[in-house]
Write a protein that binds this ligand. Sequence first.
Ligand SMILES: NC(=O)c1ccc[n+]([C@@H]2O[C@H](COP(=O)([O-])OP(=O)(O)OC[C@H]3O[C@@H](n4cnc5c(N)ncnc54)[C@H](OP(=O)(O)O)[C@@H]3O)[C@@H](O)[C@H]2O)c1
Length: 182
Amino acid sequence: MPRYEIHGHAIISDNDCIAGPDGRMPDSLRNETDWNYFQLELDRAVLTVLGRGGHEAHPNSRGRRRLVVSSRVDGIEHRPDAWWWNPGQASLGEVLRIVAPEGGLIAVPGGRRVNDLFLSLGFDAFHLVRKRGVVIPKGVPVFTRVWVAGSAERLLASHGLHPATSRDLDPAARVSLTIWTR
Ligand SMILES: NC(=O)c1ccc[n+]([C@@H]2O[C@H](COP(=O)([O-])OP(=O)(O)OC[C@H]3O[C@@H](n4cnc5c(N)ncnc54)[C@H](OP(=O)(O)O)[C@@H]3O)[C@@H](O)[C@H]2O)c1
């Protein structure tokens, strides 16, 4: 039986957003040190899972094995640009056994609805990066229920995750990382 470890990733604003009201990530949320850390984590993974929006916004220039979540596909399909998966028609176990039969680290960059899906399926870890001093009015939250819960941290805690390690990624830019684990 292959073993998988599922890690979520997000950089969020003070008000827990991953993107602006237009669905795009604003420059105010970008940080080079975070980006480099994120890329190294994706390089460690056997598979990257992201929503159709993120897939279309970020072409797979590094040629990583990619799984795109979409309701516009019949079950599981291998297309020239990526593997595609409709979670309403095939389970996570089914898709991973086909796409990454060797097992290993699965990186989940989101966005919001993909994060919701994996929060209910169960993250083994979530790499939560906060960029302090950035507020995105009417933005896209990291999880749909984050404001009801009070914060991303509270929502992760309510799903059985605990803050394991924290470090400043870029103190001058007030960017810090906390890895939440089960
Ligand atoms: N700050 C961060 O860390 C971070 C992280 C991720 C993304 N982003 C940014 O956020 C933006 C995109 O995020 P987003 O949340 O708007 O879009 P997204 O999650 O990338 O894509 C949304 C699409 O994915 C599909 N999808 C997601 N969950 C699904 C499910 N459970 N079942 C079926 N289909 C599902 C749907 O596609 P169909 O319409 O085909 O069904 C949906 O329209 C981009 O600008 C990206 O750069 C930021």
